[in-house]
Design a protein around this ligand. Structure first.
Ligand SMILES: Cc1ncc(COP(=O)(O)O)c(C=O)c1O
Length: 456
């Protein structure tokens, strides 16, 4: 019988995070202020604590994981690397398909890997409260969980459409002691202005980020900061435990380096977490195909422009060098809420510019078909975001069959979908449609990048 679970002991858990910024062929460009000057750590200080800002700008290759953070991560880590033998058999492919199971954390996704670290560093810096945004609720519930354990207040602005459609994630947040309100809200100036102009708006991540930052920077006691669940360098860093463990597990299983590495990409963090240690191998000469997968409804890497853009609607964040669809872009309402972000992590964007990645975009119908094949072979029910990685892995396994090649494919199983059953119901009832972004809308949206500082 094939071994399907490849486990690591607690002693084998990585003790440091890996920073890709140390090894990229071309250095990361700095974030800029609105007038185009490089930002200093002090300008970010009202938003983030200085210990995380130091990580944000660091080019050290390895950064040690503090013991108290390790102790919490080890409640569910190292996570299993599993082999999808039943799917391989169903596809009749010579490829071996491995997946890193990040759905086992208490909130059900990879997001607590950074939530725990961010809550801990904020507490160390004397911060009493964190504010954040959330789309479908995975990140909000992860931060609520981390803040609950670490003893710090948490306020979550949840994109209104998800707040209404996905009630159970907000119950999770309340159970862990966080306050969760729909965005746009009357609680912020940005929210009030948007509600006046568009009382029925479904909301967006860009709006919710603006509201959360406004609350953090408006606290005159100076004891509130903002936390972001993706995109930023320190978030990518915290997620690299995924890839470091996977690299060890594949080695222990005698596979060595994989031929193909896949992750779905919203802001880029689970993809980065799995792939960065393998990108390091690729920079060193290994032949690995590395694929970030995004929805055709929000095709940031495949059809967006690499430029400087803001991370939110109200332009409260610095300008970041990233692939973007424009900071006011509101994507079609696909159920993979975590993949509906207009930008991409600067580290992932730079790796794409450097030719290290082969981005792919998939339509949601193909992804739900793949999810059903998965559920009926492997048995588990993936998050709508994760279905994109599964669909891409199936494509690659079918390609291996056509080429007659025994490839090893590894992807990140970023979360479970047990609180996303309304999305599955809509699919099963035939209510989901192809949501590819029309070219005209894309051009209109990315044309707003024209006025921003260039990337030469
Ligand atoms: C389960 C799951 N996978 C993937 C993502 C996409 O985010 P990222 O690209 O930061 O990993 C999300 C975001 O909410 C998510 O909840």
């Amino acid at each position: 019988m094939e071994k399907t679970n490849i486990l690591l002991s607690g002693r084998e858990m990585p003790r440091s995070w890996y920073n890709l910024a140390a090894d990229l062929p071309n250095p990361l460009r700095p974030p800029l202020t609105a007038d185009g000057t490089p930002i200093t750590p002090e300008t970010m200080a009202p938003i983030f604590p200085m210990n995380l800002i130091e990580q944000e700008v660091s080019s050290e290759r390895w950064i040690e994981i503090p013991e108290p953070v390790l102790a919490i991560l080890m409640r569910w880590r190292p996570t299993p690397l599993r082999r999808a033998v039943a799917l391989e058999k169903h596809l009749n492919t010579p490829a071996r398909i491995y997946y890193k199971d990040e759905s086992l954390s208490p909130p059900g996704s990879h997001k607590p890997n950074t939530a725990v670290a961010q809550a801990w560093y904020n507490k160390e810096f004397g911060i009493k409260k964190l504010t954040t945004e959330t789309g479908a609720g995975q990140w909000g519930s992860a931060l609520a969980y981390a803040c609950g354990l670490i003893g710090i207040e948490c306020k979550v602005y949840m994109v209104r459409i998800s707040f209404e459609q996905k009630p159970f994630r907000k119950v999770l947040m309340r159970i862990w002691g966080a306050d969760c309100i729909p965005s746009p809200s009357e609680a912020s100036k940005t929210g009030r202005e948007i509600l006046k102009k568009m009382p029925d708006t479904p909301g967006s991540l860009g709006i919710a980020i603006s509201e959360a930052i406004e609350e953090a920077t408006g606290d005159e006691s100076g004891r509130t900061r903002y936390a972001l669940g993706s995109v930023l360098n320190h978030v990518m860093l915290h997620q690299t435990v995924i890839g470091l463990e996977t690299r060890k597990q594949l080695k222990n299983a005698g596979v060595g380096l994989p031929h193909v590495v896949i992750g779905c990409a919203g802001g880029g963090s689970n993809f980065a977490g799995l792939s960065f240690p393998f990108i390091a191998e690729k920079i060193d000469g290994a032949d690995i195909t590395i694929i970030p997968v995004e929805p055709t409804a929000c095709p940031t890497l495949t059809r967006g422009r690499f430029a400087y853009d803001y991370g939110d609607v109200a332009k409260t964040t610095p300008l970041l060098p990233m692939h973007s669809l424009g900071h006011t872009f509101v994507p079609p309402g696909i159920h993979a809420g975590g993949l509906r972000y207009h930008g991409m992590a600067p580290l992932v964007s730079q790796a794409a510019v450097d030719g290290l990645l082969e981005p792919m975009s998939l339509d949601q119908l193909e992804c739900y078909r793949a999810a059903l094949t998965w559920a009926q072979t492997e048995g588990s029910i993936p998050a709508p975001e994760t279905t994109h990685a599964i669909a891409a892995a199936i494509r690659e396994a079918e390609k291996a069959r056509e080429e007659g090649k025994d490839k090893s494919i590894v992807f990140c199983y970023s979360g479970h979908g047990l609180l996303d059953l309304s999305a599955y119901e809509a699919y099963l009832d035939g209510k989901l449609v192809d949501s590819t972004l029309p070219e005209e809308r894309l051009q209109e949206s990315i044309s707003e990048l024209d006025g921003n500082p260039g990337v030469d």
